[in-house]
Structure formats: structure tokens, C-alpha cells
Ligand binder design. Structure first.
Ligand code: FAD
Ligand code: NAP
Length: 322
């Protein structure tokens, strides 16, 4: 029986692990990826985390993990597929094949296992959304990518399209402009959602062309991506652009499918919890990008980890010991 099980080892989960260990809890972190760090691992450069200007995201993930490991936190590499509520508000966390969650896929699934705990912090973050257009699935890994920092180098001196208008799309377009001959940024509206500082960096890139008010209708090609068909929704015009790659950056879906039967989520699937990370289910707390919040950042995820543990402490103190 653990005091606390943390699911996910992105910034929120790792911060919770450090705080949990310092609070004297018997803590285990269950992470489905062989590497900890979460979305940060796919970030080329993080320039807004206090005290670490310009840090490479991968290195930051490694530093976070090292800190938690140094505190003696126990890690298990497995995907959590289900949580069972037991008597006395204890829980069984089920990992591996025994899945009810079809939103999370993991090739390296482990055999099913069970972990009993008094409290849980769900810190499973979010995963990129799909465009859901013809040719997307067929060309994934063959020109369609969801990670510019991972795959950008394959498109050196080539022409690519980035789809989206948020922070990730703007950052991806700037990043790709440094190595690609030409970058189209395709956005469905006439203004970007990205932070002003990122827009300023984007607008000075000579080889980035922004295609406004347009959606991707189809990604075309045979073995590899060759072109995209676009629809200008304002002028109701269709056009085809020759591209070698398409980077899709249209936001995130919360990784909450496996807990939706035990905690309340909003219509987007985010676990409903405030800054104290308390959910409506006693004993279950939600930290980081997976919970309802205004700003999804590393610093807010790290803060959630600390707040969630403070709430766990209050909860375990008040819980009748049977
Ligand atoms: P995540 O980082 O998503 O981590 C969740 C972890 O849970 C993952 O390791 C995942 O594998 C694991 N997990 C999921 N489901 C399960 C399961 N069922 N069982 C076990 N484990 C599971 N923020 C900034 O502040 N600055 C930036 O510059 C910045 N750049 C970004 C660039 C990109 C490309 C992206 C995608 C995001 C960026 N962000 C940035 C946002 C920031 O990365 C996130 O807000 C932050 O990582 C959220 O942390 P988290 O711990 O809540 O979730
Ligand atoms: P996001 O902010 O949700 O933006 C998604 C973008 O994709 C929006 O512009 C949206 O258009 C567009 N979009 C959504 N669905 C679409 C569809 N089906 N077809 C076409 N376009 C679609 O997501 P994000 O950019 O991935 O960022 C995720 C989180 O990480 C955010 O909280 C962000 O702040 C954070 N982040 C921060 C930094 C940083 O601080 N440096 C860097 C990267 C990420 P509309 O605008 O019309 O809605």
C-alpha cells in the first residue's frame, strides 16, 4: 500500500514526486514512456522557465527526473489503463494491457499489474490533436509529423507546411524556417492565437508565408507527402500547394480517458479541479495540463505538482485511519 501514486512524469508529476517525498510519503511514479519529462522532451528551446533561459527541453526533462531520482522517488515504466475504487477510499491502479482507454496508444505495453494506494495524483498531461483529414493517417511518419523538433531535420532545404495558429505552430514555423527552404503557416482564421513575442519572431522570417483563413482538406502523395489541398473559407476558394512535409500543431487532447469513470471532466475531457488540484473524487487529485486551467505551461504544471501534494497532505491527515 502506497501513500501516494503519481501517474505521469512530466513537469507536474516530477514536481509532485519531489514534494511528495519531502512530505515523507511513500511515493511511486508510474510513467508509460521510457523517458520522463513529458511534452518538454519535444521542445527545442524553453525560454520562459525562470532561471534557465534558452534551456533545451530534453535536457530540462532529464534535470527534472534527476532531481526526483535523487530524492529516492520510485519509478515504474508502465501505462496506467484503469483505476479501481476500493473500500475505505483506497484505490487499485491497473497498468498494462487491461485497457478501457482507446485515446492512449503505446506500442511498448507492459503486462498488467496492480498498485494499491491511499491517494492518487493524475499528472498525465495532454497529447497532440489530429487534423482528421484524408491522407493524414496514411502519411504519418511519411511527411506528416506532430513534432518539429523531432522531425524538422528530415526536411532540410525542403518545403513544409505548419498547420495551426497557437504557440506551438508559431514556434514550429520559426524553428523550421531555419532549416527549410520555404514554410507555409496555414491558419483557419485571420489572426494568430500565439503569444505576441512568438508572433514577432515569426513575422520577421522571410521564408515563412502565412496562409490565412484556410483549412487543410487533404494531404496528398503516394509513398511520401507531395502536396496539400487547401480551402480558403472566407473566399470559398480551393488551391493545392506542393510540400514535402506537414507539421500539425492544432492543440492538445487531455490524457484523461482512463479516469473518466472515476473523476468529473469538462466537455473537452479536462479533469475538473482548481488550483488546489482537488477533484470531486476524494483521494484523486489532478495536476498540470490534464486539469481545467487557464495557462498550460511548464511553470504552472510544476506549481500544480506542489499544490497537489499540499492537498494530498491535508486529505491524508483528515482521512480516518482504518
Ligand atoms: P506532460 O508534459 O504532458 O506529461 C505527462 C506525462 O504523463 C507524460 O510523460 C506521459 O507519457 C505520461 N502519461 C500520459 N498518460 C499516461 C498513462 N495512462 N500512464 C502513465 N503515464 C502516462 N511550456 C512552457 O512553459 N514553455 C515552453 O517553451 C513550452 N514549449 C512547448 C513546446 C511544445 C512543442 C509543446 C507540445 C508544449 C510546450 N509547452 C511549453 C507546454 C508544456 O510542455 C506543458 O504545459 C507541460 O509539459 C505540462 O506538463 P504536465 O506534467 O502536465 O504534462
Ligand atoms: P492551442 O493554443 O490550443 O492552439 C491550437 C491552434 O490550432 C489554434 O490556433 C486553433 O485555431 C488551431 N486549431 C485547432 N483545431 C484546429 C483544426 N481542427 N483545424 C485547424 N486549426 C485548428 O495549442 P498549442 O499551440 O498546441 O499550445 C498548447 C499549449 O502549450 C498552450 O497552452 C500553449 O500556451 C503552450 N505552449 C507554450 C509555449 C510557450 O510559452 N513558449 C510554447 C508552446 C506551447 P483557433 O485559434 O482558431 O482556435
Amino acid at each position: 500500500m502506497y501513500d501516494l501514486i503519481i501517474i505521469g512524469s512530466g513537469p507536474a508529476g516530477l514536481s509532485a514526486a519531489v514534494y511528495g517525498k519531502r512530505a515523507g510519503f511513500d511515493v511511486v511514479v508510474i510513467e508509460m514512456n521510457p523517458m520522463s519529462g513529458g511534452q518538454v522532451l519535444n521542445t527545442y528551446e524553453v525560454d520562459n522557465y525562470l532561471g534557465m533561459p534558452g534551456m533545451n527541453g530534453f535536457d530540462m526533462g532529464m534535470e527534472f527526473k534527476k532531481h526526483a531520482e535523487g530524492m529516492g522517488v520510485e519509478f515504474v515504466n508502465a501505462r496506467v489503463s484503469r483505476i479501481e475504487k476500493l473500500e475505505n477510499q483506497y484505490f487499485n491502479i491497473i497498468t498494462g494491457d487491461d485497457s478501457t482507454d482507446t485515446s492512449v496508444t503505446n506500442d511498448a505495453d507492459s503486462p498488467s499489474d496492480k498498485f494499491k494506494t491511499k491517494s492518487i495524483i493524475v499528472a498525465t498531461g495532454a497529447t497532440h490533436a489530429l487534423l482528421n483529414v484524408p491522407g493524414e493517417e496514411q502519411h504519418t511518419g511519411r511527411g506528416v509529423s506532430y513534432c518539429a523538433t523531432c522531425d524538422g531535420a528530415f526536411f532540410r532545404n525542403k518545403t513544409v507546411a505548419v498547420v495551426g495558429g497557437g504557440d506551438v505552430a508559431a514556434e514550429d514555423a520559426v524553428f523550421l524556417s531555419r532549416m527549410c527552404e520555404k514554410v507555409y503557416l496555414i491558419h483557419r482564421r485571420d489572426s494568430l492565437r500565439a503569444a505576441k513575442i512568438l508572433q514577432d519572431r515569426l513575422f520577421v522570417c522571410d521564408n515563412v508565408e502565412i496562409i490565412w483563413d484556410s483549412v487543410v482538406e487533404e494531404i496528398e502523395g503516394n509513398e511520401q507527402v507531395e502536396s496539400i489541398r487547401l480551402h480558403n473559407v472566407k473566399e470559398d476558394k480551393h488551391e493545392t500547394k506542393a510540400v514535402d512535409g506537414v507539421f500539425i500543431a492544432i492543440g492538445l487532447n487531455p490524457n484523461s480517458g482512463f479516469v473518466r469513470d472515476i473523476v468529473e471532466c469538462d466537455e473537452g475531457g479536462y479533469i475538473i479541479a482548481g488550483e488546489d488540484c482537488v477533484t470531486k473524487t476524494p483521494g484523486v487529485f489532478a495536476a498540470g495540463d490534464v486539469r481545467t486551467k487557464g495557462l498550460r505551461q511548464i511553470v504552472t504544471a510544476v506549481a500544480d505538482g506542489a499544490n497537489a501534494v499540499a492537498s494530498v497532505e491535508r486529505y491524508l491527515l483528515d482521512k480516518p485511519q482504518k
